[in-house]
Design a binder for this molecule. Structure first.
Ligand code: P6P
Length: 338
């Protein structure tokens, strides 16, 4: 078999981005600079999280964010790191963060991009040592825009890029700019993300479902009956397996690696569920579709066809392997209209 070879020609994120840029005839290089700034932000947040326990930065900040979530010290730190990285990049004009009630517009920036992010998604798990992550969606400013809320209240199909970093045993980065998904792993010694999963594709099926069953009392009937159906022996004689971390980036990274389906449906407590459209559902759905999967809401509508009215709007979501999310669509009598 293959002997473990020492790779003397590794592809770092900067090299990958420059090689991608060269394939774009009219590129100004701005997008490349923005993506490199994102890579820096992820490296900085990664190091900060790993040090946090040692410098007593775990635990609560004693403040609440806009939606009332008790902020962890790292939520605040991660948000400041991210905002500073986007401001100093010079390529970002408009920024939406889960931790900021209002839109941020960088007054002196000549940037032509709008970025929406959840700086530390899953932070309620931080003190338990569970993997958390940063999720990002990228829009180009509308033609002629000098930066306004209209640059981010857009349809999901207007995204020009999406990525997440997961701070787990290793730090992983999955990125799409509309031509497939590429996965990188941070080499802490070099301080670079290294291309490890080029042209990553979601397995079309894996009998894994990922949902918080603690909400099942509040689910609609069709959600309850669908999840019960997955617990019965399938064609291969075995039921689906349940896997739920409670940190979207961790649950979605497993889905990209192994396949299966993740869902956060609406319920009687919140008809649009819990996950935010601009910086959780949109970027994860763009990545899933680019990897050959499906991303829809409870009604079977394509997530990327939705459009937020407010920057913190939520959406119910079912996403992952084509066949498995396809089973949900079949269950509710829908077929995915591409
Ligand atoms: P629940 C984390 O707080 C988060 O925003 C996502 O990362 C995660 O998928 C979801 O909420 C978990 O929510 O209600 O299952 O604890």
């Amino acid at each position: 078999g293959m002997t473990a070879q020492f790779d003397t020609d590794i592809i770092t994120l900067p090299r990958f981005l420059l090689e991608s840029q060269r394939t774009q005839t009219h590129s100004t290089g701005e997008f490349t600079l923005l993506l490199n700034s994102l890579g820096f932000a992820f490296k900085f947040i990664s190091q900060t999280i790993r040090k946090a326990e040692l410098v007593h930065f775990s635990g609560l900040a004693g403040t609440n964010n806009t939606t009332g979530d008790a902020q962890k010290k790292l939520d605040v730190l991660g948000d400041e790191i991210f905002i500073n990285a986007m401001k100093s990049s010079g390529n970002v004009k408009v920024l939406v963060s889960e931790e900021q009630e209002d839109l941020i517009i960088f007054p002196t920036s000549q940037g032509t991009y709008a970025v929406c992010c959840d700086p530390i998604d899953g932070s309620s798990n931080l003190d338990a040592g569970v993997s958390v992550g940063t999720i990002v969606s990228i829009f180009r400013l509308k033609p002629g825009s000098t930066g306004s809320i209209q640059d981010v209240l857009r349809g999901g199909t207007e995204m020009v890029g999406a990525c997440y970093a997961m701070y787990g045993a290793s730090t992983h980065l999955l990125l799409t700019t509309g031509n497939g998904v590429d996965g990188f792993t941070l080499d802490n010694n070099i301080g670079e993300f290294i291309l490890v999963y080029p042209e990553l594709r979601l397995p079309p099926h894996n009998p894994i479902y990922s949902i918080n069953e603690g909400n099942s009392y509040y689910w609609k009937e069709e959600v309850k009956s669908f999840i019960e159906k997955l617990k019965l022996p399938q064609a291969n004689g075995k039921p689906f397996s349940a896997r739920y971390v409670g940190s979207m980036v961790a649950d979605m990274h497993r889905t990209f690696m192994y396949g299966g389906l993740f869902a956060y449906p609406g319920d009687r407590k919140s008809s649009s569920g819990k996950l935010r459209l601009l910086y959780e559902a949109f970027p994860m759905s763009f990545l899933v579709e680019q990897a050959g999967g499906i991303a829809v809401n409870d009604r079977g509508e394509r997530i990327l066809d939705l459009k937020p009215e407010h920057i913190h709007d939520k959406s119910s979501i079912w996403l992952g392997s084509k066949e498995d999310v396809g089973m949900y669509l079949q269950h509710i009598g829908k077929s995915l209209k591409k």
